[in-house]
Design a protein around this ligand. Sequence first.
Ligand SMILES: [Zn+2]
Length: 326
Amino acid sequence: MTSPASGASSAADLPDYAPIPRSALGPALNDQGYYVGRVERNLYWVTDGVYQSAFLTTGDGVVLFDAPPSIGGNLRRAVDEIAAANGVSNRVTHLVYSHHHADHAAAASLFGGDVVRVGHEETRRLLLRDGDPARPVPEVTFADRYTLEVGGERAELAWHGPNHSPDNIYIHFPGHDALMFIDVVNAGWVPIYNLNLSEDVPGYMAAPAIALSYPWTHFICGHLGRLATRDDVSVHQAYIADIQASAQEALASVNPVPSYMHYGENAWAGVKAHLGTVTERAAAPIIAKYTGVLAAADIEIFTTTTTFLIMQSLRLDRGPSGPVHP
Ligand SMILES: [Zn+2]
């Protein structure tokens, strides 16, 4: 049972955070809770303030890129609004999946019928595994590269290895000066827990440089309320590089012996004490440096969990994890 009084007291217990830098926020949403804007020419992006998707209007119909369920029916409204304003067809003919995750794809089934779904072959495999009727599997798949041409417009899809997910692809719009690449860089904000819930740490850390190797001015990053710039990607890279350097320093300088001595035969308690000390020491200067620069940098668990994963990757992927016993 809830009451206004108990709701008020629990809200009062919630912590306060630094104000969001104005530069991290995007345009106002309309009464239906979305914003649709032109990226360039006939390429548009849609946001609900937290998620983003995109679409191309062409002479042969509309190509959607991702269908986040939080935008859901507003994606249809955004397409209809733009198609009507420009006197072009609102018929969605193609849907491209950036990756298989439900939070970017689970409105896909709203666009049923004869829509051609395109995605990486690993996206197809993972969607067959997951068996979610909200995310029909792509019929058109590719391994490394695929050129999608519809109505004289072009999107270049490419897979450059696992990063956030095993199947996350780069979607380049050479005729629109734009790149869409989801769930690695958040424009103006820190990644949430564990490098934005990423599976491959070295792949995640290398991905922004791959994104920057493409020519583009506009970057559709999948989250929050505005498009990203090349500067946003650079600031994200600096944040991650600072975490890596700080984790390296903390791993080298924290003496593990007292933690293990203290806990004796409880080896896992020693591990927790040692790695906890390393993580706290590595994350603290990053949180201080980026508060006010990247929104939500002061939500400490985001940077702390990201630092933990990078520190583990330094040990386990790069090595050495420690000295070899003589
Ligand atoms: Zn994802």
